[in-house]
Unconditional design. Sequence first.
Length: 196
Amino acid sequence: ETPDEQRRLTCSRVWVVDPIDGTKAFIQGKPEFTISVALVENLRPIGAVVYNPAHKEFYAAMLDMGTHCNGKPVQITERETLENSRICGYEKMFAHEGWAHLWPQLTVENRNSVAYRLALVAGGQFDATLIMNAKNDWDIAAGDLLVHEAGGVVCGLDRKQLTYNNQTTRHRGLMAGSETLTAEFASRVETIKHNL
């Protein structure tokens, strides 16, 4: 990694790279780490690659050209309700007492790499992901384009589109999936009783 250089703010195009997203998984020998690369132009990703070398999964997307995994087109799932959804996230987070309403029946599995979570949503292996803690541009930017080009939405907890190469690289949290599922997440996030 290199220190952040503020001169990047004067550039209309920047590379956003995470050489090991899911460092903890990599150190523990879990096959959930990725290499994540995005080309950001005017604050949004226009090209992206997320590669999981352990599973030999190569996800790639270009703006307006769709998302592919190992050369084959992929899309998000068509699930429109949370009931019985497959969610990539922390099971304990969904069971936390801070939620105003109980969650419906969900299958929740974690993956340490945020970029990998987003790639798996883009590829249809999971219906959605919800991340309540802060993440950086390099964790999210490539996966954002993968999901977008696969027909989905990636947004902040406030449902606003994420932008990259800003003064701060931190994002308060994010959600990804279909328009309907992210709307359901957002309505629940708005009613949190206290911090999770």
